[in-house]
Write a new protein. Sequence first.
Lengths: 383, 272
Amino acid sequence: MADNETDAALATLRRVLEETRHLDRRAFLRRLGQAAAGSALLGSFVGLIEARNADAAEQKPVTTLGWGGAWQAAMETAFFKPWTEKTGNAVRYIAPYDFNKVRAMDMAKQQQVDVIEAGSIDTPRLVRFGMNAPLDWKVIDRSALSPGQLKYANAIGAITLSTLMVYNKKKWPGEDHPNSWADFWDIQRYPGPRSLQRRCLTTLEAALMADGVPADPAKMYPLDVDRAFRKLDQIKPHIKTWWSSGTEPQQFMQDEEVDLCMAWNGRASDSINNHGAHYDIVWNQACYNGDVEAWFLLRNCPNPDGGMKLLDFVGRAEPQAAFARALYYGPTNLKAYDLIDEKLARQLPSYPANANVSLLVNYDWWVDHYDELTMRFETWIQS
Amino acid sequence: MLAMVLLAPMLLWIVAFFILPTALMIWESFAERGLAPYAAILTSPIYRKVLLTTLKICLITTSGSLLLGYPVAYMLTTCRPALRKLLLVLVVLPYWLDLIVRSYSWMILLGRHGLINQLVVGLGFSEGALPLLYNLFSVCLGMVQILLPLTILTLFSAMLRIDLRLVDAAAIHGASRWRAFLTVFLPLSLPGIYAAGLLVFVSALGFYVTPALLGGPEQTMISQTIMVIASDLLDWPLASAAGALLLVVTTCLLLVYSRFFRLDRMLGGVAR
């Protein structure tokens, strides 16, 4: 009798193996579970595998990738450490952020990263390349999120950032200080060395605002590119240096290398609050990234279950507030403002008074024009 | 036979981690769009400009490194052994400092309110701050500083092989110190100059951080452009083609160089 049962179980197993050759591990286990329903022996065997798998899933860390340095420290304090404490699941953080690497792994169907916090042009690109996996709203609690965080399908809004202007407060201490991109371009009224970012994105918008286009997406996009370059021609001789990494404006402010500078708001606040830079931020006409920065679960990733659980956490108000406290980048979850004191809130891009005077950058327009305009901008800047 | 066995690990290493990736990169440049990326590079004015800028910066840097490094190497060759040890430590010391740190320290020195400008303006030599940063000067300065140890050590190892008694012989025959140096030591040190020049030039070609931090847009080097194409535009075929073309240009330069300067001899030792 027992021999018969063993034979039957082995036959079933052989059949299942034959049928499931092309399936991945999870589908195979499901099929095996179905086949085992009629056999006590196979059932206990499958039970063993499932128990081992559940253990492995719990211990397997979630892999994410992002900017190193202060960014990584803030990410760990605000998001990963509290989540690990809550769930016991570890997060492995890879730096530096490299969208190329993630895309190469996706193309090779060898994705090693589970969760990514993408921003700027990478968000619409990631969606366009179809690199993200569908989100499971049974695991992720939608009710904890703000509507803006769900702007992109299968993504959860992360943080907000503005690219804006800072000015030297020692030079213009009073009421009469530069307050718009037109003032940035006005070298008679506000003389002094300047710096802009070496990137077409937001620099073209700044030029158009300097030329009189209002900070209104409906009137700004599609960009009048020729007009923007004509306006940039005017300011080019007065740009002492074009920066390419976010630390450069901080150094410019702390060493007073330039009097007017384009900068990312978090970096600017860090220099002003923590490193004694006598500069002030101009929120008027800031280029605001809105809800473009988002968390994604990557398709074919090694730990989708762990990643999904992490995504249930990162969009919530508490960790977003903690991140804002660490790095001055704003929450997309507006409930986070209840947890942030007013003094800090006023330094964040999504704070209504700041967002209302900013230009919401249209990344969906940019994703179609970025490559061409980058080459044009690079040619222009070197000529 | 023993030589081959001992050589094998290095050969394997080079094949696996240099020749194979380079071949893959060249393959990548053709695989997707055929010759189109090469056409794009050769017809676009920006690449020509960047390539010329790169060559210009490398030439200036190489000349500067040789001019500054030669006297140091000469001193190392002729001075007392105790002093030589100390000098060698001083030469190698900057090697241990991170590239980015060194570039940022130049910013502190050369900036608008930097040490040099405070001195110059404070002592009344100039009305306003001198434009010392974000130009050709600052890029070449930073690169020369980084490449000097390499220059000095290469020159020094070549000079060590020169028989100093030949210089004494010239002196005995009545040549002044200066004349003995010019007619005996300098010609004998030429292979060292060629070797150091070549090594510095080729190293300088790939610089990225220094021109990015210390230069302006006019000092854009080819590696910066390749970086923009690869990581900002995600155009891998174009970036690979730009890399492959750089390789071709470098190889051509090397071939010409070795024809004129006998590459085999200058790296193999002193021509006697």
